[in-house]
Design a protein around this ligand. Structure first.
Ligand code: MLT
Length: 261
């Protein structure tokens, strides 16, 4: 099942393993290949499903209209229907974390366990909202390479290898312009979901790169405090993309979570 037709679109789905379903939700402007080390390891204990979100990766193109967190959450619920899974371990990185929180808000009974990686629960400030619009203009004027260059510096920690940097560039420079514009609009307008965390009572894990400059460890600690049954793991040396930068540490934390679920 490399593709699923859901909610009037066609989504590409990467999957491996058997057993309970774990759903991996990628960040911006990335795609499901960001999870290849997690899938390779965790397929031993889970049926790992990593979609390319609407408009991303090998999924069908979109128009540039805002891609809301709620729309992505609806798509994920539809994917769970396609694979006949009532529940899943929900794992989201950064924008994928925003989507995971929307999913937990909208479909609480479908969450078996909950992992938030390098993300935040709050909404964008006015300044951040204006920044999203400025990035969209810069993207169209200067191209994806300019965005990739700024992400390379801002997203990854200083220890990131050339291969990791190249991998991130492949994802960013492979993302449709319309998707990037749509995702920026969706993130700009997303709701503050801090208040829902107290109601997510399933086993949870908050994972953050020690050097994450985008969603720093103090924000991760606040989310771990708010979630009733969460562990907090800080990944030494990693920046904002800890699953790519330091996969072993992230895999270990996810395995421990899955054992508790
Ligand atoms: C991501 O990694 O998904 C983005 O940095 C999230 C964001 O821009 O808020």
């Amino acid at each position: 099942m490399p593709y699923a037709e859901v909610n009037d679109t066609r989504l590409h789905i990467r999957q491996a393993g058997t057993g309970p379903v774990a759903l991996f939700i990628h960040g911006f402007p990335l795609d499901s290949t960001m999870w290849i080390e997690q899938i390779a390891d965790l397929a031993a204990v889970r049926r790992c499903i990593a979609p390319d979100l609407r408009g991303f990766g090998r999924s069908a193109p979109v128009t540039g209209a805002p891609l809301t967190m709620e729309q992505h959450a609806d798509d994920l619920a539809a994917i769970l229907d396609v694979v006949s899974a009532e529940q899943a371990d929900i794992v989201g990185l950064s924008m994928g974390g925003y989507i995971a929180m929307a999913f937990a808000d909208m479909y609480p009974d479908r969450v078996r366990s909950f992992a938030l990686i390098d993300t935040r629960s709050g909404a964008d400030s006015e300044e951040a909202r204006a920044g999203r619009d400025a990035i969209a203009v810069r993207l169209v004027d200067e191209g994806r390479a300019a965005i990739a260059a700024s992400m390379d510096g801002g997203l990854l920690g200083p220890n990131a290898s050339l291969a990791v940097r190249g991998r991130v560039r492949s994802m960013v420079e492979g993302c449709h312009y319309e998707t990037i514009i749509g995702a920026l609009g969706g993130m700009r307008d997303r709701a503050d979901r801090t208040a829902i965390l107290r109601g997510v009572t399933v086993p949870a894990a908050v994972i953050v790169g020690e050097l994450d400059a985008v969603t720093p460890p103090d924000e991760a600690a606040a989310m771990a405090d708010a979630l009733p049954d969460a562990t907090l793991t800080v990944i030494p040396g990693a920046g904002h993309l800890s699953p790519i930068e330091e996969p072993e540490g992230v895999n270990q934390a996810l395995r421990a979570l899955f054992e508790r679920a």
